[in-house]
Design a protein around this ligand. Sequence first.
Ligand SMILES: Cc1cc2nc3c(=O)[nH]c(=O)nc-3n(C[C@H](O)[C@H](O)[C@H](O)COP(=O)(O)OP(=O)(O)OC[C@H]3O[C@@H](n4cnc5c(N)ncnc54)[C@H](O)[C@@H]3O)c2cc1C
Length: 467
Amino acid sequence: MAIDSEVLVVGGGIAGITAAIAAAREGADVRLVSHKASTLRQASGLIDALGYVPPTEPAKPLREGPPTAGWNLDPDEWPDPEGPIADPFEAIDRLPEDHPYRLVGADALREGLALFDDLVGDAYLGGHTDRNALVPTFGGSVKPTARYPASAAAGVASDDRPTLIVGFRSLTEYDARAFADRLAAAGVPFDVAGAEVEFAEAFRADAKVTRLAKALDRDEPIDGTPAREALAKAVGPHLHDVVDEAGGVDRVERVGFPAFLGDDHAAEVRAALADRLGADVFEVPMGPPSLPGLRLEDLLYDALDDAGVRFETGTPAVGYETDEGGAGGDGNGGRIDHLVMDRKGSEVPYGAEAVVLATGGLVGKGLDSDRDGVREPVLDLHVPQPADRYEWFVDDAFGEQPYARFGVRPDERLRPLDGSGEVAYGNVRVAGGVVGGADVAREKSASGVSLATGLVAGREAAREVQQ
Ligand SMILES: Cc1cc2nc3c(=O)[nH]c(=O)nc-3n(C[C@H](O)[C@H](O)[C@H](O)COP(=O)(O)OP(=O)(O)OC[C@H]3O[C@@H](n4cnc5c(N)ncnc54)[C@H](O)[C@@H]3O)c2cc1C
């Protein structure tokens, strides 16, 4: 039995969710299908729009010769990326012409962020200004970001209050002292110290961030003391650890913790700790599993429900059929009639008038890479790439990597283009990581690209239905 909708969105990440809600708000009947739970639960929970503008010159060999030994680039010859960028919108014109932001325009980013603000309400900050905030992230870097969870707000780097960064001996990958040293070395405008404290050592064998968060949510006793009190007691002796440049001791005014301060009652946990410590409390976004990412996923899934989008996960798209009547010739490409979804081992056709492909990049499996090259596996869309694999990479790990910009190339309406630059399918739109042209890791633009292209793809798909 075929399952039909007007708009079918494939992919449950930020791009797919944004596209689905944008299409539903235009009045379309929308279904969203996704293979796996979204990658949001691995992501930091920060919404980056544009933090850096990498050099636009393509990577070139500086020395002549075959692409082996002679391919090495001299790292000193690399222009540094421009940044951190204060205002992402004014920097868009300096991105390459085929960058997704250049295709859909600065207003799409603005509207995508506004839609995000609307969906998450006061759970996120940063919406009052066009300018990026600088937020410390685990690892000790300070990152330009457009929106940040309320839980990270007291940690912004523009604040000059003396800061203590707390780590836990039971969470070995998080070294608070090294983190504080890196922040100081980066020239942050506040005095900072790091302290490793003993807390929840019993969770060592199973250092599940979510277990710690739940213990704080419920204020469960840990070694006989309620969790919040136990944590505040562990931190208390370090409230005078921060030393200023003159060697004087600062009273800590804000304390940063790894991001597991509660799950369902995170604001309450932070308030209780702040009260006991007499200092503001913030979370430092960490690697996976990421509670800020999980919290964002919950918010966005609720928003899908509110928008009336039907949503199913565990359903990969494994094939497609084209509509024989609409096979191109008019510059608008062919048409997809339906996708084939794998539902618990059975292949089920999902018909739609318009399809949004938002299956992610190499991480989300929206792009596949093997010895023969990089391909888009769902609709077999064209992914431009140099035939010579040596041209995919440069030796300098910090250099501009051509493969980072691989992906499907669309027109400004986000219709995918084939190898000759013609629209491949007129009723398909692409959004998010599957779209090429952006080096989201270097630019710090991943979520912004997903929001801007998701918004345009969703609206465009809804309009396709109305035609
Ligand atoms: C570890 C990590 C850290 C990150 N940190 C940040 C950050 O600090 N700031 C920031 O702005 N962004 C960050 N991001 C990026 C951001 O979360 C998004 O991943 C990115 O914007 C791309 O979103 P997307 O929706 O295009 O794709 P994805 O998030 O990759 O989602 C793709 C979706 O498509 C589904 N899918 C794939 N193939 C199929 C198929 N055949 N059938 C059905 N469904 C399919 C997947 O299951 C998934 O649900 C991070 C991502 C990761 C993984």
